[in-house]
Unconditional design. Structure first.
Length: 81
């Protein structure tokens, strides 16, 4: 079981929309625009790579579903005509 991490020192984060707030967490969400903000650059890079990974998995799943739909449903239906 992981030990709870001590809170980080307070740091002022500024969003691209201009909203500023104090944070002690690794990531927060901007209350004005809803964008995720990170405490440091390392976490921001990790968040970006996780986002790219998630989007690529979604694209692969949609592609596979489309392929199976075309091969198993659409092709036999069109061959009957």
């Amino acid at each position: 079981m992981d030990k709870p991490q001590p809170p980080l020192p307070s740091k002022e984060l500024t969003c691209e929309c201009g909203n500023r707030f104090m944070s002690q967490q690794r990531s927060n969400w901007c209350r004005s625009c809803g964008k995720q903000l990170f405490y440091d650059l390392k976490d921001q890079k990790r968040g970006r790579s996780n986002q790219i990974y998630f989007i690529s998995i979604i694209v692969v799943v949609i592609g596979l579903l489309s392929y199976f739909f075309i091969e198993m449903i659409l092709t036999p239906l069109l061959s009957l005509l």
